[in-house]
Write a protein that binds this ligand. Structure first.
Ligand code: PLP
Length: 368
């Protein structure tokens, strides 16, 4: 990949293909593959990623919000799209753009039916979400009768899948809890499918569920972070390749004398002669203020350079006193060889957060 001349998020589509292949190798041949591309495909670029994955024949996409699904349809994506967190406000748009809603409560079920009937739909696909223990969205076991009764009263919609979400699939200390979630989902799914009397897809596993709980693959899996090269576990991380590299360059180098300060609020004061590099990336680009004042770091010519002073909106300054570097040199913030989790650990967060925080104003460059 060429050297960066400005802040750039490079996306390696070959790595994406590799990750899909690795995760599919963990599935049985007839398990369907849903690619989660919410939040701009975890901060990369939803449209490019969707187009690429569509060519790899993934079975389904999922986004969180309706407008994310609309953007994919606008770009010509034809694969079914599950909207994980829709609101009744969005239901007309959902039907007009052939998106498929997660139906997670009686309120939402009834209001979707009303819109579907109003738009003269027949068997419009919906996905019923079961709350197996995350306590975030979903029906409970004692809702089954009411769901079934409501469904029997209309021809406008048809259940395409039943699904649920694991709370701690990456944490093997919570194995017992997770196995219980899987058991609960099976009970819910068995009871409701018997009542419906037609075949539906079942899915419960995110990336860590896919890797840690083969018994939770059911007929489809929902893979997010794994596509982008992370498995929440070092043993599996080895087999995945991070698809994104965040790069920037040195705009200017300053030498501070003892007693001089740097940046807003004069948060850094030099106690020795200090050479600093100013980089065009700041908290508006995803590098939050919590990374400032010696916590976060970047790589300048393969050496770690810590952020000094407060993170600005569009800039950070890093300490390059002991690093041989010059203005215009490339700087790596994270990438396949510069693990994002060693950076996110410094502020007690996870790759998901930093990846999805990389702002849309940063240029994306794709490599095949
Ligand atoms: C985000 C999300 C996923 C993907 O999870 P990963 O850990 O990124 O694989 C799957 N299912 C639901 C319901 C989600 O919200």
């Amino acid at each position: 990949m060429p050297k960066a001349h400005e802040t750039t998020l490079e996306i390696d589509l070959k790595a994406l293909k590799h990750n899909v292949g690795y995760i599919k190798s963990k599935l049985s041949k007839d398990t369907k593959f849903l690619a989660v591309i919410k939040a701009f495909a975890y901060g990369s670029d939803a449209l490019e990623i969707a187009k690429y994955l569509e060519n790899l024949n993934v079975d389904y996409f999922a986004v969180a919000y309706t407008n994310e699904g609309v953007a994919l349809r606008d770009a010509g994506i034809e694969t079914p799209i599950l909207v994980l967190h829709p609101q009744p406000e969005n239901f007309k748009t959902i039907i007009e753009r052939c998106l498929e809603p997660n139906i997670y409560s009686q309120r939402v079920l009834k209001s979707f039916i009303a819109v579907a009937e109003n738009l003269k739909q027949n068997n419009y696909p919906i996905h019923i979400k079961y709350n197996s223990g995350l306590n975030r969205l979903g029906f409970n076991v004692n809702d089954i009768e009411a769901i079934n009764k409501t469904l029997k009263q209309t021809a406008a919609i048809k259940v395409k899948s039943l699904f649920s979400h694991l709370a701690a699939s990456e944490d093997l200390n919570e194995r017992e809890f997770t196995l219980n979630q899987i058991h609960n989902f099976k009970t819910f799914a068995n009871t409701l499918t018997k009542a419906l009397n037609y075949k539906v897809l079942l899915h419960q596993s995110n990336t860590s569920g896919i890797l840690n709980y083969p018994e939770a693959h059911f007929s489809m899996v929902r893979c997010g972070i794994g596509l982008y090269g992370f498995a929440n576990d070092n043993a599996y991380n080895k087999n995945l390749i991070p698809i994104a590299t965040l790069k920037t360059i040195i705009s200017q180098i300053h030498t501070l004398n003892v007693g001089e300060s740097l940046g807003y609020n004069r948060a850094f004061k030099a106690s020795k002669i200090t050479k600093t590099a100013t980089l065009p990336i700041g908290h508006a680009d995803g590098i939050g203020r919590q990374y400032g004042n010696g916590k976060g770091f970047v790589y300048v010519n393969e050496q770690k350079a810590y952020i000094v002073g407060n993170v600005c909106m569009d800039m950070i300054m890093v300490d390059v006193t002991d690093i041989d570097c010059k203005e215009g040199d490339e700087v790596i913030i994270f990438g396949p060889k510069h693990k994002i989790n060693s950076l996110t650990k410094t502020v007690d967060t996870i790759p998901y957060e930093l990846l999805t925080a990389v702002s849309q104003r940063i240029k994306r460059a794709f490599y095949r």
